[in-house]
Write a protein that binds this ligand. Structure first.
Ligand code: SF4
Length: 362
């Protein structure tokens, strides 16, 4: 399995999607100009992508641009929202009606599709027929929290390829085992993670954490393992990742990843942070902080808050490019390298920040 993980930062999401696909040489992978290519966003419910639950349509727009430029025109978008929402409502609210109209690309509502049963390495799973008639699948999960599984990204996004009756059954089976087994039968070719502003805790959004990053890769297990570190969890906290690894879906050892940084993190002012993020940001003194750095720190503080480890009297944490020539007590990221205590990285991951704060933050 290819272990490349492509990282790109910025706010021109459409161009960022193109750049990732170019870097990963996806056209060479697909080869056949008549290949049926499916784009699978996360339209879990009817919410605007800025709320942290659904995939930004700009990523699919950039992907369609790229594919057409390389002579691929047999493109469809497909998705099935969660049981409580009609896919058609999510399609409109998240901007996909306009995307499909502007690009003249068909949208397949998998809630209306037929399905068949498959033997997914010992577990029988129903999968929608249209999802299995694909030559190349590009999955566009949102990197975000989840109230039951802690994180949701590449592996779990494939739940949108099964009928509602099977989604209900997955919950009765405890989610982890069926999610892992599902990934042994559905088509998985490339994954483009929307790490623009995924939610802190909930798959339905509401507390987006701005990170302005897009991640590309081929291995859904490796990507989900990376997501754990990005959000301050251990891979073992999310059982479906380990189960999928054992089933041969991919590799959960993040040290095996070949990280390809396509540019550097960018500073984007965040004027309107949701309450929960503002609450955590009380401990932070940012000056020109890049979104990915700041977001990693917010995730780390959230983990500390979950563990009851946040106290009001702690020293403020410095973060951002404005600290490059400054000294101080405690800082996060390479820009605070002159501080007495600093966790290096550009940006550091939440798991690294968490470990650092647990040891050093008075
Ligand atoms: S270390 Fe500095 S340049 Fe690097 S991501 Fe953090 S704020 Fe940005």
């Amino acid at each position: 399995m290819n272990t490349d993980l492509y990282m790109i930062y910025g706010t021109n999401y459409q161009q960022m999607a193109r750049d990732i696909l170019e870097a990963a040489h996806i056209a060479d992978e697909i080869k056949d100009p008549h290949a049926r290519i499916a784009l699978k966003p996360n339209l879990v419910l009817d919410a605007h992508p800025d709320l942290g639950a659904t995939t930004h349509p700009e990523l699919l727009a950039g992907t369609i641009d790229y594919l057409r430029d390389h002579g691929f025109n047999n493109i469809v978008i497909m998705e099935s929202s969660w049981v409580g929402c009609k896919t058609g409502a999510a399609y409109k609210k998240a901007g996909y009606q306009k995307l499909c109209h502007d690009y003249d690309v068909p949208f397949i509502d998998l809630q209306k599709d037929t399905w068949k049963e498959y033997d997914a390495k010992g577990v029988t799973i129903k999968v929608c027929d249209q999802a299995m008639k694909v030559d190349y699948m590009i999955n566009f999960p949102v990197l975000k929290g989840h109230c039951q599984t802690y994180i949701t990204c590449a592996l779990k996004n494939n739940k949108g390829l099964i009928p509602n009756v099977e989604k209900r059954r997955f919950h009765t089976m405890g989610l982890h085992k069926p999610i892992a087994h599902l990934n042994t039968v559905v088509p998985i070719n490339f994954i483009m993670v929307d790490n623009i502003c995924g939610d802190l805790d909930f798959e339905e959004g509401g507390n987006p954490v701005m990170m302005n990053r897009v991640i590309g890769g081929f291995d859904p297990v490796l990507i989900d393992a990376f997501v754990c570190e990005t959000m301050g969890y251990d891979v073992d906290d999310v059982p479906y990742i380990r189960i999928a690894e054992k089933l041969g879906v991919g590799c959960a050892d993040i040290t095996q990843a070949n990280i390809v940084e396509l540019n550097e993190p960018v500073v984007v002012p965040t004027d309107h942070q949701p309450y929960q993020v503002r609450h955590l940001a009380r401990y932070v003194q940012p000056i020109d902080a890049c979104s990915a750095c700041y977001g990693s720190l917010i995730h780390a503080l959230h983990r500390m808050n979950d563990q009851g480890m946040l106290r009001h009297h702690r020293e403020s944490i410095a973060i951002g490019q404005g600290y490059r020539q400054k000294t101080g007590k405690i800082g996060v990221g390479n820009c605070t390298h002159r501080f007495e205590l600093c966790i290096h990285g550009c940006p550091p991951k939440a798991s690294e920040i968490l470990e650092f704060l647990e040891k050093n933050w008075e």
